[in-house]
Design a protein around this ligand. Sequence first.
Ligand code: SF4
Length: 216
Amino acid sequence: MPRESKQARAARARDVLATLKATFPDAHCELDHQNPYQLLVATILSAQCTDVRVNLVTPAVFARYPSPEALAAASLAEVEELIRSTGFFRNKAKSLVGMARGLVADHGGEVPHTMAELRPLPGVGRKTANVVLGNAFGINEGVTVDTHVKRIAALLKLTRETDPEKVERDLMALIPREDWTLVSHLLIWHGRRTCIARRPRCSECVLAGLCPSASA
Ligand code: SF4
């Protein structure tokens, strides 16, 4: 196979994006939330856990701690009990309470709108900040790279990187900024329905003609 030029890869990425947009016109964030605070909580809980499981847990969390102020004053043991089934619950409880304390102490109890302000909050990495900025505020600051996005970007040969922040940089260079939030939803939806880990359904995949990893 001849090496693909940058221009050819960019054109293929645009075709992938257009095809997935047409296939999943409703693609969206599947973490249930009603405001930026709730999305931040849900995203912290979603580490190493499915969105379905997080959505089972968050109604009780939001009812018990409806605001950053309430969560900032919570007992760790009580938070741990509520979120236990999401895994890594001790670390997540510490992150949630620490994050809420940070919101109250430094941001007037509001979720900030910038990467620079979000990143120092406990439990908030670049991925979580991208989710919140993109989905709560409509700010395309980066591409959220989760396990599906990383895996499918590699299968599509849109990146050779494995480090999520480097994968993100490659995708940001290939995808128009206005689609940075959407492209991650599209790849995640595709990864849950067709390009399933360990058993991708290449024979029924809308991207087969654009995918160097398509099996015959
Ligand atoms: S062709 Fe196969 S490997 Fe490529 S994106 Fe589709 S399902 Fe995944």
